[in-house]
Design a protein around this ligand. Structure first.
Ligand code: GLN
Length: 475
């Protein structure tokens, strides 16, 4: 049986499963076929699970019993940073290469309860440090629109799986843009929820005060379905927040959109990206949205100081004693040097060093302390800003997907995060939406725009996302 995977969405697949047009096993087989055809070239999956058809069979049994839930029988890809019990999870690092998860992350437990089918674990930058999936210990993931370009990162594998019909939806993680950046580079939807709205229990930590489990899907409706399935308060995550749907605000008629032209007009933004963005702003304006000029700071330095500090602290647990790779030296210090030296890639080692530096006694206050005080001030700024506007609109990335290997110095890659890191610093939800294409060297590559909303207001993002799909669809 052939299933038209290109035009399939989660919603359509669910209806077809309930109508018995095809079974969950048929659907899983179709995806396994696609993975076989495309994964070698794209390197989206690090491992395809060996029990996919068994999982699908279980879903079929539930469907047969008349059960129905929004993700029952739906094949999903999982970033290699989220724990699935009894499956390997490596964070794309040699140091965790053969580590097997001993429990399910809360998001996985929730998806299992719904009867979702997990196809496999996907490639990423090692420990979610990067913006392109070039920092994986297991090879780069390629952009399906141009194989010589990056997929974006760090959730490159999950995003490419969705963008090239190797999964119907996926989970990623977003610490400073890792779901949104690849979504923009690959022409799909990427959602970073409000910090604390989706449990982090069972997500391998990068920078804990920024980390979020994010959703990658072909359209807004699908992203919303996955978000609804995995969000909610969790006592196993001490930073989990209980958000009540506030109907007062969502019934507000006219959403006001703020645009930080000060950031968008500065150097380093690719002219085609800016042009595409201006077109989108105009479309929203002519659809009746009020657009307001706002000003936002460049938060790159602030983000990276806190990120380095938290990453260095989180990665210290990988000492070769408790889990993963272990190299024997003459004494404990040599054990550590050998294990960490061989187990961690270049970017992880760089951040451990820089993070240790910004946290060291002599520099703590000048770097980490100052960054934390600035973060507090920024949170207050945003609170004020959101009393005047409802959403902030920016491009997702200042540049389109770059050539593999093109960005050899880390700083130039960090700068690609200029629009995405702010949402993680403040803890607000943000989404990247496909906004068209630009031509580079004879090939069309996707572009994306980003909306940010106040804490707990994902529904604003879904509303403007649906609006944009209508605008783009009618063009
Ligand atoms: N590019 C950012 C970083 O390297 C964000 C990564 C992420 O969101 N995991 O820190």
């Amino acid at each position: 049986m052939t299933i038209d995977l290109k035009n399939l969405t989660i919603k359509k697949a669910r209806m077809a499963l309930d109508e018995k047009e095809f079974s969950a096993v048929d659907l899983a087989q179709a995806y396994l076929g696609k993975i076989k055809e495309k994964n070698k070239e794209l390197n989206a999956y690090l491992e395809v699970y060996d029990d996919v058809l068994e999982q699908a069979k279980l879903a079929d049994e539930k469907i047969g019993r008349g059960e129905s839930s929004p993700l029952l029988g739906i094949p999903l890809a999982i970033k290699d940073v989220i724990l699935v019990k009894n499956k390997k999870v490596s964070s794309a690092s040699k140091i965790l290469e053969n580590y097997v998860a001993s429990y399910d992350a809360t998001v996985i437990a929730k998806l299992k309860e719904q009867g979702a089918v997990f196809l496999g674990r996907t490639n990423m930058d090692e420990f979610a440090l990067g913006s392109s999936t070039e920092n994986s210990a297991f090879g780069v993931t390629r952009n399906p629109y141009d194989l010589s370009r990056v997929a974006g990162g760090t959730s490159g594998g999950s995003t490419v799986a969705v963008a090239s019909d190797m999964a119907l939806g996926a989970l990623g993680s977003d610490t400073g843009g890792s779901v949104r950046l690849p979504a923009a580079f690959c022409g799909v939807v990427g959602l970073k929820p409000t910090y604390g709205r989706v449990s982090r229990y069972g997500l391998i930590a990068a920078a804990s005060s920024f980390d979020c489990v994010g959703q990658i899907a072909k359209n807004i409706e699908d992203a919303e379905i996955i978000f609804n399935a995995i969000s909610g308060h969790d006592i196993l995550d001490s930073t989990s927040v209980n958000y009540e749907a506030d109907s007062k605000l969502s019934s507000k008629k006219e959403l006001v959109i703020g645009v930080p032209w000060n950031l968008i007009n500065q150097e380093g933004i690719e002219p085609n990206v800016k042009e595409n963005f201006q077109k989108i702003v105009k479309s929203f304006e002519s659809s009746g949205y009020k657009i307001k000029d706002i000003s936002l700071p460049n938060c790159i330095a602030l983000y990276y100081i806190i990120n380095f500090a938290e990453v260095s602290s989180n990665l210290s647990r990988f000492d070769g004693v408790r889990y993963g790779l272990h190299k024997d030296g003459k004494n404990l210090l040599e054990d550590y040097l050998l294990t960490k030296g061989q187990g961690f890639g270049k970017e992880a080692r760089r951040r451990i060093l820089l993070g240790t530096f910004v946290l060291s006694a002599g520099y703590y206050d000048a770097y980490y302390g100052k960054a934390q005080r600035t973060r507090d001030a920024l949170r207050k700024e945003f609170k004020k800003l959101f009393s005047e506007i409802d959403l902030i609109l920016t491009p997702t990335s200042p540049i389109p997907a770059w050539k593999i290997g093109e960005k050899s110095d880390p700083l130039s890659m960090y700068l690609a995060d200029i629009f995405t890191v702010t949402a993680n610093i403040v803890g607000i939800p943000a989404i990247s939406l496909p906004s068209g294409f630009m031509e580079v060297a004879g090939k069309k590559v996707p572009l994306g725009i980003q909306f940010m909303a106040p804490h707990g207001r994902e529904e604003f993002l879904f509303e403007v996302g649906k609006k944009l799909e209508m605008i783009e669809g009618s063009n």
